[in-house]
Design a protein around this ligand. Structure first.
Ligand code: GLV
Length: 321
């Protein structure tokens, strides 16, 4: 009998599928994720681990689980919380959930972009604080989209879906991604050109050793003073201290973040003092349908791995030789 640990209650479609194939599994039912010690304890000896991006899955955990571990399936597209090299070295396939969250994340990116450009959350805070005394010609003026340039850093599935939406807003779109072909009337450019020309910069690269703190003081200094930065990728791509200084000094106009480092963002983060920094709690894929689909893909990967089949969405296909 296969032993399984699922590190949080996932949506019903995923749990139902797992149950159909493996009626008995261990499920972490608390709202908060298991601590490191709890994760090690509960997953020791399992054949399959279904985890979330809140779980750090490294070589130490894999060794604690044991050599019988057949599959690590994450209900996320990003796998920066998993030491994929360590899994590959141990011959363990790692599953993720690409594709199904592309549109939801691109929608969220656009929501953030528009909200930062038009100072939506700042305006709402202003109203709720009772400061709205009259319509004013100069109240909370923001940035226009029509005719502006959007620079997309990382032109994979989500970056392209953002470019597709940008067409409807008459944005001129350029992107930086040495591996991607142009799509949706976009032009590839080098990163310096993108930062020099863009009124909006949106980050869509995965977090890895090459992209960690890519958005640092030097990157921000190359942006236009009217520019808006959007990050719906991973918090670790951004240097939050550098962003704080760039926003505080008016080096850039505004930022909108779906992700932070760490998560949750500590309530004493200086970013929270800034009116021109919009932050939401990692909600890029947070729609009902998207999360249902993600749970299903994660379950399919888990079940396939446990049955010794190739994972339908395998992040490290090298394990199959
Ligand atoms: C969300 O951030 C994901 O990687 O799925």
């Amino acid at each position: 009998m296969s032993r399984i640990f699922i590190s949080r209650i996932i949506p019903a479609p995923g749990l139902t599928l797992i149950k159909e194939h493996f009626p008995h599994f261990d499920l972490w039912t608390a709202d908060l994720p298991p601590s490191r010690a709890e994760l090690i304890e509960r997953s020791r000896g399992v054949d399959g681990l279904l985890c979330l991006l809140t779980d750090k899955v490294d070589g130490e955990l894999m060794d604690a689980i044991g050599p019988q571990l057949k599959v690590i399936s994450s209900m996320s597209v990003g796998v920066d919380h998993i030491d994929v090299a360590a899994a590959t070295a141990r011959g363990i396939p790692v599953g993720n959930t690409p594709g199904v969250l592309t549109d939801a994340t691109a929608d969220q990116t656009f929501a953030l972009l528009l909200a930062a450009a038009r100072r939506i959350t700042e305006g709402e805070r202003f109203l709720r604080a009772g400061k709205w005394v009259t319509w004013s010609p100069s109240l909370l003026l923001g940035a226009d989209l029509v005719g502006a340039t959007l620079g997309i850093v990382g032109f994979g599935r989500i970056g392209q879906a953002v470019a597709k939406r940008a067409q409807g807003f008459d944005l001129h779109v350029i992107y930086h991604d040495p591996t991607a072909q142009p799509a949706y009337n976009t032009q590839p450019v080098d990163l310096d050109t993108l930062l020099r020309e863009s009124d909006f910069v949106s980050i869509h690269v995965p977090l890895n050793s090459e992209t960690k703190r890519l958005v640092n003081a030097e990157f921000l200094a190359k942006m236009k003073p009217n520019a808006v930065l959007v990050n719906a990728a991973r918090g670790g791509i951004l240097d939050q201290t550098a962003l704080y200084h760039a926003l505080k000094s008016g080096q850039i106009f505004a930022a909108a973040l779906d992700v932070t480092d760490p998560e949750p963002l500590p309530m004493d983060s200086p970013l929270l003092e800034l009116e021109n920094c919009l932050i939401v709690p990692h909600l890029g894929s947070a729609s009902k349908k998207t999360r249902d689909m993600m749970s299903l893909l994660a379950a399919q990967n888990l079940v396939a791995g446990l049955k010794g089949k190739r994972l339908p969405n395998c992040f490290n296909p090298q394990v199959y030789g």
